[in-house]
Design a protein around this ligand. Structure first.
Ligand code: AMP
Length: 546
């Protein structure tokens, strides 16, 4: 029997219409360095219609790609709705990539238009001559357009956002699209080979947004004020923009003001209730809050993901600032929400903490399994360690441009995450490492993440990044690179002794280097490739304990 239910497509334009009407008075607040700018969701709806009209006039048709080169701000939000709403594909370019990668990505995606923040023009100008498919650049904010026009050449027409939208109709006849068509496009920040494209569908973004709103997700509601620190150019800002329109939660956007001081000011000034960012942002914020008492009482929780959240960070936020940190895991390929660490009913104390340290529990939309080295599925017993594989309606089944899913990343309809860990019977994932970061020492595996977490629990340590380096006797051994807290001191021997309290002796690093800062990737994660390379090239002065 076929169902009797309406087959109403799950479209981004429906999310826009809902948010702009039912939650029309919710607001998006954008940091400016002075008084923040405010725009209601009703206004976002009107501007999205205007932008869609403007893009049509620029010749955007069908599923053409419209790229953004923008911070988290109100105009980026407008583009998030206008572009997929009209049937085109929103391509969020990562502003922190090297020019070569940006060029590759924009050309691979065949971007037709680039929407850019005026503060990012110098970066875009560097690559623009190489972006062979781009015909229009739309600049958001005040800028010297004459200079850009000159450097852009004849192929590209430059427009000012305000002028382009002025006088256009405030409504748009959003087309009835196929919910399975691409709505947005994001390239992985892959550290090897060329970046790969993941094309989200209207349907996948919708279902994912529902999960973000679920209590077991981020639990967004109409009374929330969501501080979206995680960039809109990285995995769709974890789905926060779409989920906020769905739930009616207001959005607080930091634009380019991502340092701890302005973030703390936004939390206090805008009464943020929830916030999401990678661990390094929270590490900086913790140091700031410790030194500058700030009213963070509005925050009901902060979501930390993108890299393993050190347990010490969770404890410090709770004990010193009464802020609950929730750990989550995901990838560009999973939209990105994969799991959220909310403990099950009936646990407390130490047991509750053990659940909260994990990468989290998978929701109904994400099936997970652990697979061993020869491709055998291992039991979900919380102990068997192998590669994590996932599948579900918001998990990509291939990369853009692939006819069939590549074997390296896909197996029998499952995505191979490249993450190594265990899965418990009640659905909690505990990751020990990235497959390529596991340290293989004398036939045994050492988890670099476990060592980092243990080190970051030392009061003198701000950040610690551990990588495997070649060793004649053992094949590989851990090298610990450590950033000390300002004014603090510690010796390798002391840190080694500290680790011996929680880890087996054979796992402990002999090689130690104190560094100014851990190198970070374009999305703020520890860049282990760079650390390994620096060591190999003799750039790191490592001390060796005997
Ligand atoms: P990206 O696609 O750039 O977001 O990177 C996804 C990768 O980030 C995952 O495959 C993991 O290796 C890593 N990652 C994300 N969240 C976590 C987490 N909570 N703990 C450990 N690694 C994480």
């Amino acid at each position: 029997m076929r169902s009797t239910m309406m087959d109403t497509p799950l479209l981004i334009s429906r999310l826009l219409e809902h948010g702009a009407t039912v939650h029309g008075s919710a607001e998006v607040v954008t940091a400016t360095g002075a008084e923040p700018r405010r725009m209601t969701y009703a206004q976002v709806g009107r501007d999205a219609a205007r932008l869609a009209h403007a893009l049509r006039d620029l010749g955007v048709t069908g599923d053409q790609r419209v790229a953004t080169f923008m911070w988290n701000n109100a105009e980026h939000l407008v583009a998030y709705f206008a572009v997929p709403g009209m049937g085109a594909v929103l391509h969020t370019l990562n502003i922190r990539l090297f020019p070569d990668q940006l060029t590759y990505i924009a050309n691979h995606a065949e971007d037709h238009v680039v929407l850019v923040d005026h503060t990012l023009l110098p970066l875009l100008a560097k690559v623009l001559p190489q972006l062979t498919t781009v015909r229009h650049v739309v600049v958001n904010g005040p800028a010297d357009l004459a200079a850009l026009r000159h450097s852009a050449g004849d192929r590209v027409t430059v427009h000012a956002w305000e002028e382009l939208l002025a006088g256009r109709p405030e409504t748009y006849d959003w087309p009835e699209l196929d919910e399975r068509d691409a709505a947005a496009l994001c390239y992985t920040s892959g550290t090897t080979g060329n970046p790969k494209g993941v094309a989200y569908s209207h349907r996948s973004l919708w279902l994912h947004a529902l999960q973000v709103c679920m209590p077991e997700g981020f639990g967004l509601g109409a009374t929330d004020r969501t501080l979206a620190v995680v960039p809109m150019f990285h995995a769709m800002s974890w789905g926060l923009p779409y989920a906020s329109f769905m739930a009616g939660s207001s959005l607080i956007m930091p634009d380019r003001f991502l340092q701890a001081e302005p973030l703390a000011a936004m939390i206090a000034g805008e009464r943020a209730t929830i916030a999401g960012a990678v661990p390094t942002i929270w590490t900086d914020l913790l140091t700031y809050l410790d030194a500058h008492p700030t009213d963070t009482s509005s925050l009901r929780e902060v979501i930390v993901g993108g890299s393993a959240c050190p347990p010490a960070l969770m404890h410090a936020f709770l004990e010193r600032h009464d802020i609950r940190v929730i750990h989550a895991w995901g990838m560009t390929e999973t939209s990105p929400l994969g799991s959220v660490a909310r403990p099950p009913a009936g646990v407390d104390g130490e047991q509750e903490w053990r659940y909260r340290y994990t990468q989290g529990r998978v929701p109904a939309g994400v099936a997970a399994r652990i697979v061993g080295a020869s491709g055998e599925v291992l039991p979900a017993d919380g102990a068997s360690v192998g590669e994590l594989e996932v599948r579900g309606p918001w998990v990509t089944g291939r990369y853009l441009g692939e006819e069939t899913p590549g074997e390296e990343k896909f197996r029998d309809g499952w995505l191979r995450t490249g993450d190594v860990g265990a899965l418990s019977a009640d659905g909690f994932i505990t990751l020990t490492d990235r497959a390529k970061d596991v340290i293989k020492s004398g036939g045994e595996w050492i988890s670099s993440v476990e060592l980092e977490n243990a080190l970051m629990a030392h009061p003198a340590v701000l950040e610690a990044c551990v990588v495997g380096v070649p060793d004649e006797r053992w094949g590989e051994r851990p090298l610990a690179t450590v950033v000390l807290q300002e004014g603090a001191s510690a010796t390798p021997a002391q840190l080694h002794e500290f680790l011996a309290g929680t880890l087996a002796r054979w796992q402990l690093p002999e090689r130690w280097a104190f560094i100014e800062a851990v190198p970070k990737t374009s999305v703020g994660k520890f860049d282990k490739k760079v650390v390994r390379q620096r060591y190999a090239e003799g750039d790191l002065r490592a001390e060796q304990l005997t």
